[in-house]
Structures are given as structure tokens and as C-alpha cells.
Design a protein around this ligand. Structure first.
Ligand code: HEM
Ligand code: HEM
Length: 136
């Protein structure tokens, strides 16, 4: 799941930075919360998770990583689009923001469980040798 998360995070980086440019040019600062979360939850948090999954491959290959991936990538777009519509004055989208926010929070919880279950330092060559000898 690591490389996939890093690739999608890069797309959020472009969208987030374009949003910042749009705000600066048009002086629509009311979109700051959309811009901030696109960059921080879309780019920074997702890229960090992708890097962690790439370094700790056991965590990256787990079922929890798959569930985290989908919750992050379903919840965040729902939350961001509904928030942009709310700020843009398209109507009361608050319940939809809440649904997106809850799914995104679930993604974070799954990520943390995954980290605690599967992130550990690789064993030293000596330990690996011992484990090999014990098995054979
Ligand atoms: C070309 C790139 C960027 C541009 C043009 C830009 C522009 C802006 C603008 C115009 C604001 C609103 C400031 C205000 O309300 O007075 C803002 C806020 C913010 N930006 Fe950016 N931004 C850029 C990149 C980033 C990146 C890469 C991040 C995070 C990784 C980021 C995080 C934030 C945050 C957290 C706020 C909200 C700050 C607050 O509420 O006080 N921005 N940005
Ligand atoms: C599901 C997850 C999240 C939810 C539901 C959420 C919700 C919110 C809300 C309601 C605000 C106040 C917005 C306003 O007053 O305009 C806010 C502000 C902020 N949040 Fe989050 N947040 C989440 C995750 C995060 C994460 C992971 C980060 C950082 C990595 C973050 C960084 C910020 C920042 C910098 C602000 C102030 C910027 C601004 O809105 O101008 N948030 N968040």
C-alpha cells in the first residue's frame, strides 16, 4: 500500500497547492480550511503513511493497511467536496462533511492499530540465523 498512498498523496499536493493559489489570486480566504486539510490530511498525512508502509513492509502488506487505504481515500474526498460546497454557499452539507470526517477518522484509527501491531525493527542477522537454525 506504501507506493500507492505516496502517489495519491502527490495528487492531493497538486490540488491543495492549486487551491492555495486560487485563494491568493481571488482573495477567497474562506476556503482556508479546505486548502489546509487537502494539504495536511491529503498530502502530508497520506505521504507519511505511505512512507511508513514502504519502510515497514509488514505493516504495508497487512489487511489493516488495505482498510486504512480505502477509508482514507473514501472519507477525505467526501469531507473535502462537501466542505468546499458548504464554504462556497451551495447549501447545508454538514451531515455529509460529518460522514466523510467519521470515515477519515476511522482510517486514522486503523492506521494507528496497524502501526502498533506491525511496525517493529527488523531482527538482526544473528537473530535471523538463530530463528533459521531453530526451524531447521
Ligand atoms: C503554492 C502553495 C501555497 C499557497 C499559494 C498557499 C496559500 C494559502 C493562503 C492564501 C492561505 C490563507 C491565509 C489566510 O487565511 O490569511 C493559506 C492557509 C493555509 N495553508 Fe497554504 N498555501 C500553499 C501551500 C500550503 C501547503 C503545502 C500547506 C501544508 C502542507 C499549507 C497549509 C496551510 C494551512 C494549514 C493554512 C491555514 C492557516 C490558518 O488557518 O491560519 N499551505 N495558504
Ligand atoms: C477527520 C479528520 C479531521 C477533521 C474532521 C478536522 C476538522 C477540523 C475543523 C472542524 C477545523 C476548524 C475549521 C474552521 O474553523 O474553519 C479544523 C481546523 C484545522 N485542522 Fe483539522 N480536522 C481533521 C484532521 C486534521 C489533521 C490530520 C490535521 C493536520 C495534520 C489538521 C489540521 C488542521 C489545521 C491546521 C486547522 C486550522 C486551519 C484552518 O481551518 O484554517 N486537521 N479541522
Amino acid at each position: 500500500m506504501g507506493p500507492r498512498l505516496v502517489k495519491i498523496a502527490s495528487c492531493y499536493f497538486i490540488i491543495g497547492v492549486f487551491f492555495g493559489m486560487f485563494m491568493s489570486i481571488t482573495h477567497h480566504m474562506e476556503f482556508a480550511s479546505v486548502h489546509a486539510h487537502l494539504n495536511l490530511v491529503g498530502w502530508v498525512s497520506m505521504a507519511l503513511a505511505g512512507l511508513i508502509y514502504s519502510v515497514f513492509s509488514k505493516a504495508g502488506a497487512s489487511k489493516l493497511a488495505v482498510w486504512h487505504f480505502w477509508c482514507h481515500n473514501i472519507g477525505l474526498p467526501i469531507m473535502m467536496i462537501a466542505l468546499a460546497l458548504l464554504v462556497g454557499g451551495a447549501g447545508n452539507t454538514e451531515p455529509i462533511i460529518a460522514v466523510g470526517g467519521i470515515i477519515t477518522t476511522l482510517a486514522v484509527i486503523l492506521f494507528v492499530i496497524n502501526v502498533f501491531k506491525h511496525v517493529s525493527l527488523p531482527s538482526s542477522p544473528v537473530d535471523q540465523e538463530k530463528a533459521y537454525r531453530a526451524k531447521n
